[in-house]
Ligand binder design. Sequence first.
Ligand SMILES: CC(C)(COP(=O)(O)OP(=O)(O)OC[C@H]1O[C@@H](n2cnc3c(N)ncnc32)[C@H](O)[C@@H]1OP(=O)(O)O)[C@@H](O)C(=O)NCCC(=O)NCCS
Length: 201
Amino acid sequence: MGAQWATAHGYREIGRRIQAAIDLERFDPPRWEERADAARRRGIRLASLDELRGSRDAAAFEALLHEIYEVEAEAWEDVPIATPTAHWGFDAFRRLLLEQPGNAPDLDLVAFDGDTVAGFTSSFRSRGGWKGGTGFTGVRRAYRGQGIAFAVKVRALARAKASGVRWMLTTNDEPNKAMRAVNHALGYEPLPATVQLEKTL
Ligand SMILES: CC(C)(COP(=O)(O)OP(=O)(O)OC[C@H]1O[C@@H](n2cnc3c(N)ncnc32)[C@H](O)[C@@H]1OP(=O)(O)O)[C@@H](O)C(=O)NCCC(=O)NCCS
């Protein structure tokens, strides 16, 4: 109905963003242990942002944030979104990661190859902690296809579940096969898509 109205008024569909949810009551972390361990067997280790902050001085933590930001910048360019926007500046990234009420540094997982940040996933909590979601997941191009996104998401979901979160949400662009494959495998179920429309005025 809405789509018919939009088409009749000169709008055309340019993309779809699909929100998906996982019920952590049904998410069984041990089931994914072997597969999530593939990255570790390749030498990748994971640490959460709160652990990383607690284990280094302020200057080293800032340097780490800059590196995570660079990884995000590289991954941002590759998100197959119909309406690309410029990557935000470092200050906005830092504020969003550390200074929002819903920040969940225990669920922000960083993947390292030695001292190099290979990828990360960030999450948030809302509504009294029973619900949360993924902010962004990104892996450096050179490290893709090694199970790193899978590993950080499994760890984030396992930690979310252990801390009492029931539902985790995520939103992906319809053509994002790699991210949707990870989420689908883990048991995320799609909700109705947001249809992106465009009209030249
Ligand atoms: C999406 C992204 C995080 C995946 O990272 P990754 O570490 O390479 O992912 P993994 O290796 O854990 O797993 C990718 C899965 O998707 C599959 N996959 C990868 N590319 C695919 C493609 N083009 N078509 C179908 N499946 C694909 C892989 O086969 C793998 O599934 P499998 O384990 O069953 O084989 C990475 O590609 C990226 O940073 N992209 C840009 C940023 C982005 O889109 N982020 C998500 C939006 S928030």
